[in-house]
Design a protein around this ligand. Sequence first.
Ligand code: DP6
Length: 326
Amino acid sequence: MPNKACVRAHTNIALIKYWGKRDETNFLPMNSSLSLTLDKLYTDTMVVFDEALPQDFFYLNGEQQGEKETQKISKFLDLFRAEKKTALRARVESINHVPTAAGLASSASAFAALAGAANLALGLDLDPQRLSTFARRGSGSATRSIYGGFVEWDMGTCSDDSFAVPVDDAGWDIGMVIVAVNQKAKEVSSRIGMKRTVETSPFYPAWVESAKKDILDIKAAIAAKDFIRLGEITEANGMKMHGTMLGAEPPFSYWEPDSIVAIKTAQALRKQGIPCYVTMDAGPNVKVLCRLSQAETIKAAFLEHFTEDKLIITKPGKGIRELTEA
Ligand code: DP6
């Protein structure tokens, strides 16, 4: 049995958002979501299960992590240990490959890479759908990072059938320009933010209803390779999600003044006939969905307001894969 494996997983950006759980223990979402996996941002994780280890150890970017972080990893690895019926402890080494100054480290690529590496290291042979249900238990958005291109996370009916499936490889002139607005630590984590929204925002039920329609519409747009429709649905869905937060008690928002500058820049580009559409997550960064062939032109327009190091052009990324040592 191999007891060591190293896996790369890319992060993903939701075009139809996951925002709210119907079951917090099992990370079951209130609605299905759909994302684009990105090439530039990824995590490489090595897992070694070893009977000589007295406990789990977790290193992130070369630094040993404290008790709290390591416990999160241990709890996640327990799912794999239970499946394998083993008590072996592990050493986990993760490297986040995120362009400097972007502040875009993501739990999606982190838990997808860890799930992939634990699966291989324990010789569990989980198929991608099953693996996706395991990744989900680390962080909801990790469910989708198992695959490349456009990916749908079907909300399912229970823990076993709430997994992601690939929709399209996004190889039809699709790109994303990330505008890294600032890197201050978030005041409200996505986990807390979505919980507060579900529990207190009167807009929340309307969000869930409209997300059901958005997912059908965006899949139709992808099937038709209709970029304009894809972008319109993406931008509207993201705005609706942020709207639910303004209705929460207490209300909150992830937007910063520069987020609005970025949104207005994209709107101005559209008026000039360059289609590009924005989406934002639980932070102030703005992601601009565009045609890859126009990404440089779009970046040039953003350079009027943002410095070069804050602008990252990325194309669609692949699903998880094993890294073999050179
Ligand atoms: C706004 O996956 O970070 O990015 O499941 O609690 O770990 P947990 O939340 P997380 O939430 C992601 C929220 C989002 C939208 C999305 O990625 O779909």
